[in-house]
Design a protein. Structure first.
Lengths: 360, 360
């Protein structure tokens, strides 16, 4: 059951399909995943500090279910009892932020240390450009220390919330969802096709966000733009954050439209899952934008570590190389997105619903 | 006349073509360029230190002629009086190393400072990833100071040699060449076609060197290999330099086959020029490999500057970014070469000589 959310979308029964049944089927299944994964993911409610995550696989399942329920509640908002849907989404977002943090630091640590080890590899077969550099072990130790600290803090934050009334209330909310979905009046009886415009709107929002991406800038590999000329293009609002001319703000503003596209892409994916019509290309693009975000976050970590007081110049130098290397990964992800998106976009633009839930 | 060496190769007269006439025509013209450019390029023989180069354009002409004469003497070696050709090549190489150094430092300085300015640009339109970074002005001043010093040293070395007997002897040698080329016995009477196997051998040497390049490694843009996994491929001999596991030696060994390919490419270009059959695609590839070498040299300069004692960590960090950025340019050049070479190679492999000097 654990990988059901991504590989086997809950398709509505072909014979008797109302919008309410389609949504209830999807949300019930996801709430079930949530409730099964929760105890394994958080361990025995904080009784053994340090034993978290009790199961990394369960934590993954939990986060996947949280994202899918939240996405469905957002995309098909008009179908639900409004106050309930709004509150549920807020609580799911809270849990997502709480639980996603520790594994994210773990992945970031693995990414940065692997990059550093590879850059500093002195082996005769495949040495890296920092092979044997004196700063490499120091930079590695610094990154490891800072990320372990961040991870420990995230872990502590989870432990503090494990017995909270807030988590228990959310679990109760999901128990309710597993039994009966609080639909808006009149929605239950509507035909499944009533969901299609909302799924199409989710695809439309993604397409709109993708149009705003500076794809032209990363169309030619090694344009060097990613390191040199940021911010030509992107969302209009991103300009405000750049006036400070601080390099971190500049990079954050440059990444912002891509992070937004990632959120909208996930929503579009889940909306198509609800309709029983997943698009494999979107899964791939989601992974590309996931790489984008992880490399972007890792670059910030390297830049932040380089501002640690009293480090040696050799350490700082290595962190500069690592920072640029991660920004190069960001560029690579944008290039990959720019290759794949135009292939996928026309199909999504003319999406008119899945074959399955149609009557006649 | 100044750009004649690259744009208007000395084509042999179509009617009366012996191998000796073809070679003499080419070398006489190049020796003429050399003799006209020399006084302008080196100024008034060191009487005004600091006034060099008296003419950058003349220095360019001089270097171009030196490369072409040296290349022709190498490729068509059997056609010349052996001792004279060997000595001439050695003296031309000496002058090339002496004169090329100062403009190379000037170009490197321009390249690195432009890259740094672009990376640290705080402007709202196109900020770089180091926008507003405290280390950027310091790193700029450091690079500027070190490259100015290197350039001054190169300049002094030129001044010291300007009145040397060695330079005068070389000028005499070129004066002789402008009048009469010392051909090997029996060569003067041979038909122009006798030059074709030697030109074809120069093309073959280039093709062989290009086959050894790890083109597969840079075939996919953003493979990240250039920073992470160097030395998989390349010439077998390059492995020896890597056992020290020093990052500079590693990068040098990684670049070595590319620098060698550049030398062979220039020789092939000049050989085709001698035969009156230049190939435009080779000029473009020469520029690509020129970019490769300049970026590679600039990366070394950034890495060396980062080892300056008592610099701040912020300075070192910025130099790390600049180093990685220049290695990225190296990768970009390899990617460009990998795209263009396979298009050009088949034509060169079946090259059987130019249409012009053929009889019948």
């Amino acid at each position: 059951m654990t990988d059901a959310p991504t590989t086997a979308p809950v398709a509505p029964a072909a014979s008797s399909t109302s919008a309410g049944e389609v949504l209830a089927g999807y949300l019930t299944a996801q709430a079930g995943v949530f409730l099964r994964a929760l105890p394994q993911a958080v361990g025995e409610a904080g009784s053994r500090p340090g034993a978290l995550p009790a199961s990394a696989a369960a934590a993954d399942d939990l986060l996947r279910a949280v994202r899918r329920v939240g996405g469905a509640l957002h995309t098909f908002a008009v179908a639900f009892e409004p106050a309930w849907a709004r509150e549920s989404r807020a609580e799911l977002r809270w849990l997502l932020n709480l639980l996603a943090s520790e594994p994210a630091y773990q992945r970031r640590s693995a990414r940065l240390l692997a990059a550093l080890d590879s850059l500093a590899d002195p082996g005769p077969d495949a040495p890296g450009m920092l092979a044997g550099h004196a700063g490499a072990p120091k930079a590695r130790a610094l990154l490891d220390r800072q990320l372990t600290l961040a991870r420990t803090r995230a872990h502590t934050a989870v432990l503090q919330e494990l017995r909270s009334a807030r988590l228990h209330a959310l679990a109760d909310r999901m128990t309710l969802l597993a039994g009966e979905v609080p639909l808006a009046e009149g929605c239950a009886g509507e035909p499944a096709e009533a969901l299609l415009p909302q799924a199409a709107a989710a695809l439309g929002a993604l397409a709109e966000a993708a149009e705003l991406l500076p794809l032209q800038r990363s169309a030619v590999p090694y344009g060097g733009e990613g390191l040199h000329r940021l911010g030509s293009g992107g969302t209009p609002g991103a300009g405000a954050a750049r006036t400070g001319a601080d390099s971190e703000a500049v990079l954050a503003a440059d990444d912002e439209p891509w992070l937004r596209a990632r959120i909208l892409l996930k929503r579009a994916r889940y909306a198509l899952e609800v309709c029983g019509s997943p698009v494999a290309g979107l899964d791939e693009l989601d992974r590309v934008l996931g790489r984008h975000q992880e490399a972007s976050d890792a670059a910030v970590t390297a830049a932040t570590a380089a501002r640690t007081p009293r480090i040696t110049p050799a350490t700082a130098y290595v962190l500069g190389v690592v920072h640029a290397d991660q920004r190069l990964e960001v560029e690579a992800a944008r290039y990959a997105f720019g290759l794949q998106w135009p292939v996928l976009a026309p199909g999504l633009g003319h999406w008119e619903g899945p074959p399955a839930p149609r009557k006649g």
